[in-house]
Design a binder for this molecule. Structure first.
Ligand code: S3P
Length: 163
């Protein structure tokens, strides 16, 4: 079974995935390996639309996996209708890692290792509007919603391993 981790930036998708005993396919890492630069640099050089095309390509490839694995998605994966259809039709276990916007925004702001282009290019109010727009999209394709605020990455990983 393939577990797909969904959620906004800062939800802990990659952090939780790193704690799992199963093979993990991190979409952002795979994309960065392919493009040979950071996603922030790619956004600046080619634009968001070019990134979204790559994201769909990688999602489609990974959803054809038949092994017991975890796919950690990027927070914007739900924006494209094509991706949402892929996620709904290849549905095995779509797990939405949810958290309040204030918590997510603090994490995104504090993350010096991974400066997200969406954060760099928008004000807090704009990022909030993006969050609000996406929440219903995550919920619509989730089989399971996990509230992450009070849980450690280890706890979340154990919960996901039991799915
Ligand atoms: C994005 C989220 C990022 C990354 C890219 C775009 C988004 O992934 O894919 O910067 O639109 O929310 P994380 O959710 O892993 O930060």
């Amino acid at each position: 079974m393939v577990v797909v981790l969904l959620g906004f930036m800062g939800a802990g998708k990659s952090t939780v995935a790193a704690q799992l005993q199963k093979p993990v396919y991190d979409m952002d890492q795979i994309i960065e390996q392919r493009i040979g630069m950071t996603i922030a640099d790619y956004f600046a050089l080619k634009g968001e639309a070019a990134f979204r095309l790559l994201e769909t390509e990688v999602l489609e490839e990974l959803l054809s996996l038949t092994e017991d694995a975890v796919i950690s998605t990027g927070g914007g994966v739900v924006l494209s209708e094509q991706n949402r259809t892929l996620l709904a039709t290849n549905r095995q276990k779509n797990v939405y890692l949810a958290a309040p916007f204030s918590v997510l925004y603090q994490r995104i702001k504090a993350d010096q290792q991974n400066q997200r282009p969406i954060f760099l290019q928008h004000s807090e109010e704009e990022v909030y509007a993006i969050y609000q727009q996406r929440v219903s999209l995550y919920q619509a394709i989730a089989d399971i919603v996990i509230e992450t605020e009070q849980k450690s990455p280890e706890e979340l990983a154990r919960m996901i391993e039991c799915l």
